[in-house]
Design a protein around this ligand. Sequence first.
Ligand code: 9D3
Length: 245
Amino acid sequence: MRVDVITIFPAMFASPFAESIIRRARDRGVLDLRLHDLRDYCTDRHRVVDDYPYGGGAGMVMRPEPAWRAIHAARDGARRGAVLLTTPQGERFTQKMARELAACEQLVFFCGHYEGVDERVRALVDREVSIGDYVLTGGELPAMVIVDAVVRLLPGVLGSADSLAEESFGPLLEYPHFTRPAEFEGMAVPDVLLSGHHRKIAEWRRCQALRRTLRRRPDLLAQAELTAAERDLVERWRTGADEAD
Ligand code: 9D3
């Protein structure tokens, strides 16, 4: 996959894109990542990327000319792809969207800044994306988050153990994890995990996952495929006075 990022802060991407999974994807040639400094697409001497809003008001607007030139320079028409604008007005990013984007041959990110981008730039944009309802300082971190979520889905990026984990990614939260030592700061690992009884361990984990999901993310339980017995269990927890987890 080719990923182009258009930004006024290209240096922000150096470390996140040079470590861990993204680095491995680049080293293996699965990811061809290209950073574009928006200011390089200015034609004025001072490389100005923002201007005052027509109609007045607070804040600045990203000028259309450098944005337009940068997107045209980045987009490779021979590849099936999408131009994404990171903006608080965008559609909420989800794992489903990550899977859709992972099917593209190219993604071009235009990282929003200031109060926003001149509306006419949207003629070149396929999707506007937000990563959630909190206020960040710009669209760079959201672009990194999206690239991270998409690239790990590309074939050949994760090891086989991680890929298996991806396949089993369900609508439930994960069960609690433990490693050695069996007792730590007075806290013991649950006996069942030391028992070697695989069926009981699987049952315990499923039960813990259900319980956690009910307590922390009841919205997820609605979509989960549960057995009749599991539904009963959840119903008893819901109506009973169980300890929070
Ligand atoms: C005063 C109105 N604000 C809109 C909610 C202005 C504004 C705040 C923050 C305009 C831009 C920004 C910078 N944020 C992003 O560009 C951004 C973002 C975010 O702040 N949260 C979650 N996802 C994203 S994607 C881009």
